[in-house]
Ligand binder design. Structure first.
Ligand SMILES: [Zn+2]
Length: 358
């Protein structure tokens, strides 16, 4: 038995992974085998392909941290979580940890020393088949397509960790969200609305602005036409926002610091415009701003996220935003499309046909 997978043998340009036929090994104890229906791309796919300065990633590696599919084999004597079984449609939690250390036992699995992200540190979902530990399978909410299921795990887990666990977002607070068209920001807009807080979302064009309104944004600003800092001051009556939702880095950092209120929080999970920012320490301590780093999230929070999906109302929809679906054979083109930055929401590859779940 073989599987087809996109493989990064050496770091190179975005779009450079090659399609290969790989032999399937015997399924390990404690794992399930999933035939993938869809996988979703993240910026992590691009970083893994290019390589990160100073960080050594194991090569070759199959990219892709998000996926959905059907369980075709179970290598476990223990029951699967959420009542799942052979033939169940599932989505895949992307984080892997040892399960035994203090952090894992405390529920902080993303702080585990051996924490790994599928598709970055280990083989991922740009493949027709994947084996994952049984604790990494999640049920697909009723009525969702495999595309939506693939689009859900990484960005919703990340947005939840940033807003709820790190920044302790509260009712009535205001959040400045950069890059409103990215997958993680579309999740953040929905989360902010769900808890009864307000969002000020920044985008680059009016079409994307309309889509952010549709997702439940309170205010949408066009960075090409408006002075973001001035508009934030206007909206917040000169107070500044309670929380800044950062994932861009140097292009936005100075404004993020200025737009944050005294005693506010800046939470960041990414650096799409580069890793280095300048920081005025006097401004940081005098205005008592907290800067919070966030990476992935606690796997246990998927249960809370699934509960939010189930209880979501028309006023606060809680469902992934899909931009475009590519064929699996066009995964490199999907990478290039994501890099170009014209998307709104998630970019998906359909690995095998049939996107409807029974
Ligand atoms: Zn651990």
């Amino acid at each position: 038995m073989n599987r087809s997978a996109w493989v990064i043998k050496e770091h190179g340009a975005v779009g450079s992974p090659r399609l290969e036929e790989l032999a399937l090994e015997a399924l390990q104890e404690g794992f399930v085998r999933i035939t993938l229906k869809c996988m979703a791309l993240n910026h992590l796919d691009l970083w893994t392909t290019r390589g990160l300065p100073g960080i050594r990633l194991p090569l070759p590696v199959i990219p892709g941290s998000d996926g959905s599919g059907v369980i075709v084999e179970i290598g476990s004597h223990h029951p699967l979580p959420f009542g799942l079984g052979l033939g169940s449609g599932v989505m895949i939690a992307p984080g892997l940890s040892c399960g035994f250390c203090f952090e894992c036992q405390s529920g902080n699995d993303m702080l585990c020393k051996s924490y790994k992200v599928m598709g970055h540190h280990t083989n991922g979902t740009a493949s027709t088949t994947i084996d994952v530990p049984i604790q990494n399978v999640l049920p697909i909410p009723s009525g969702w397509t495999f595309e939506e299921a693939a689009a859900f795990p990484l960005v919703y887990l990340t947005a939840w960790e940033m807003l709820m666990e790190k920044a302790h977002l509260g009712f009535g607070e205001t959040v400045l969200i950069w890059g409103g068209s990215s997958g993680v920001s579309t999740a953040a807009i929905q989360l902010v609305k769900m808890v009864g807080a307000k969002s000020i979302v920044v985008v680059g064009d009016d079409q994307k602005a309309v889509k952010c309104w549709d997702l439940g944004a309170t205010h949408v600003l066009n960075r090409n036409r408006e002075n973001i800092l001035e508009r934030v001051k206007e909206i917040t009556a000169n107070k500044g926002v309670d929380i800044v939702f950062e994932h861009t880095g140097p292009a936005t950092w100075t404004t993020s610091m200025m737009a944050c209120r005294r005693g506010g929080r800046i939470v960041t999970c990414g650096s799409t415009t580069g890793p280095d920012v300048s920081l005025n320490l006097r401004s940081l301590f005098a205005r008592q701003i907290s800067i919070l780093g966030s990476y992935m999230g606690k796997r246990s929070n998927f249960a809370k996220l699934l509960a939010c999906v189930e209880s979501g109302s028309i006023n606060a929809p809680f469902r992934p935003t899909i931009d475009k679906v590519f064929d699996f054979k066009d995964y490199p083109a999907a990478q290039q499309y994501l890099e170009a930055g014209q998307h709104f929401g998630k970019v998906i590859c359909r690995v095998s046909n049939s996107s409807v779940i029974n």
